[in-house]
Design a protein. Structure first.
Length: 186
């Protein structure tokens, strides 16, 4: 039986990723600041939630795909955040590209509630998100990574466990530096 998933952040990358999870047969509860993407996914059989905490109440695994560190902190640890609705044994997968030190602090707060976290930033842009071919660099406990592999395979092709929590963010930073150097060289 597939895990019940929550997805928060339905922007340029998040919406097509959520659609691919629905196509893969996952039950999905969604939340976003914009109603348009939520309504679009509800038409495709997702359920909507009124807050990040409500997403967590109805999910075993909660995925975030947000613009930057402050948004991830607020969505996960804020007043109506994911942490308020999680249950022991839940998993939070942050697929945003944020500061790895912020990731480690969020993971520490979640661990106090017996909730695991993976940081899993992606590369491949909007086309990769639409086609489900993203490269995913994952940091966190290897067992949790393996338990979530079916989720990762629904949105990506090149999926690599790179180390402990925060390592995904560091790998993404290295990737971006290499891309920038290649562009500068050309």
């Amino acid at each position: 039986m597939k895990k019940k998933l929550g997805f928060i952040g339905l922007g340029i990358m998040g919406k097509p990723m959520a659609k691919n999870l629905l196509k893969a047969g996952f039950n999905l509860v969604v939340f976003s600041r914009s109603n348009g993407p939520v309504e679009e996914l509800v038409k495709e059989k997702a359920l909507s939630a009124n807050s990040p905490g409500e997403v967590a109440e109805h999910s075993e695994v909660i995925i975030t795909m947000l613009p930057d560190s402050p948004e991830v902190e607020e969505i996960i640890l804020g007043k109506d955040g994911v942490i308020r609705g999680t249950k022991p044994g839940s998993v939070v997968i942050d697929m945003s590209s944020i500061n790895p030190l912020v990731t480690q602090e969020i993971a520490k707060a979640l661990k106090e509630k017996e909730v695991e976290m993976l940081d899993a930033p992606v590369s491949g842009g909007e086309i990769g998100a639409i086609q489900g071919t993203l490269a995913i660099m994952v940091g966190g406990e290897e067992k949790v990574f393996n338990d979530c592999m079916e989720i990762f395979k629904a949105v990506g092709k090149n999926i690599v466990h790179v180390g402990g929590i925060g390592a995904g963010g560091y790998a993404k930073l290295v990737n971006q530096i290499i891309v920038a150097l290649n562009i500068a060289t050309v």
